[in-house]
Design a protein around this ligand. Sequence first.
Ligand SMILES: Cc1cc2nc3c(=O)[nH]c(=O)nc-3n(C[C@H](O)[C@H](O)[C@H](O)COP(=O)(O)OP(=O)(O)OC[C@H]3O[C@@H](n4cnc5c(N)ncnc54)[C@H](O)[C@@H]3O)c2cc1C
Length: 378
Amino acid sequence: MRRREFVSGLGLATLGACATAPSASPVQASAGPDPYANYVPVNSTMSRVTRTVVGLRPYRPAGYRLETERLGDKTVIHNYGHGGCGVTMSWGTASVAADEASATGQRDIAVLGCGVQGLTSALILARRGHNVTIYAENLPPHTTSNVAGVLWMPTGYFDYEHVSREWLAMNRKLIRLAYYGFLPYVNRPGYGVYWADHHSLGRRVPTDRKELPGGDDIYPELRMSTENNLFGYAYQERFKAMIIDPDYYLDAILQDAQLAGARTERVRFASVEDVMALDEKTIVNCTGLGASQIFGDEQLMPVKGQLSHLLPQPDVTYSYVASTSKGVLYMFPRKTGLVLGGTHIEGDGSMEVDPAQVTRMVEGHAELASRLRAPATA
Ligand SMILES: Cc1cc2nc3c(=O)[nH]c(=O)nc-3n(C[C@H](O)[C@H](O)[C@H](O)COP(=O)(O)OP(=O)(O)OC[C@H]3O[C@@H](n4cnc5c(N)ncnc54)[C@H](O)[C@@H]3O)c2cc1C
């Protein structure tokens, strides 16, 4: 089994050489009074950990598979392999998958998978009047999508060496579609989507700063700074970012899909033959990591992630992703608790909690929090 660090960094990758286009915005030094005077430090101790969860990101170096395939008398539209950003990309990739499914002219459509990609595809199709059945082994809250953080940030889902210019151009369009697809849900009661003051923190000032994925203009109030940064970091990109609580969000869109007429059926597909036995002629495949077994995709691999949840701190309304000497650490504030993360282990398909990672998270975030009142150099 290959075990190597997954180079995503939830946005930190875009601070260096691997982003898409030069930025128009200059890096600014921000002087003035302490901009974090009102920030409440995260109270990160072992006794405040309420649970630790593990999930496997469905990662493909060549990026998500969004492709239509003819199999016997069926049209299969693949929409899987979104790595560390399946929630983020959902309104983009699912819209394309739904358009492809509608274009077959079939009224009855099977959606395989009930994670965020299957649910979004099913919701769009059911609202268009299709007769949709979602077939899945697991429904929310038992999907990988429920494990996710979630910060709306398209990173950690492809390797630049494995994608073409055309793919990157298409991906940019879908990032923007995904962003605008989520906006109507912000602050809508029951959906668990809200803005946070987000900080991407780097230990070095980039010499070749690139635009954030999809374009700087979809990151409200974006400011780059080399002074007065959170936790005393050398470089910061601060903007408003959407935080999505998947436990609320997935329940809400499942309910929306059902209200629009979609049905769910619990079933496990062992192979492509099981899929071929379905009555529907048009099939949208959103089985995430499951596509590896069902459709034999050898590029698909797990990237293990572990998150520790802390007791809620309602006054913590900021989020961060920080490059530290102990690896990347991130914190997302949910209403139900604070989410601590920062593990990406490529090729590891085990679901066991690693106690050493819990300690790394809790101590690492406590150390960062201590700098709020006594800033230090990162
Ligand atoms: C620790 C962690 C943190 C993350 N943080 C973020 C984040 O901040 N932002 C972000 O955008 N993303 C994040 N992600 C990534 C995100 O969770 C995934 O990209 C996303 O969940 C993939 O969604 P999906 O619908 O494709 O797959 P899933 O949610 O895995 O759903 C797959 C569905 O297919 C079904 N299925 C699979 N195999 C079969 C089979 N053989 N037969 C029948 N049904 C089957 C499953 O039961 C399930 O219903 C994170 C992931 C992890 C693990």
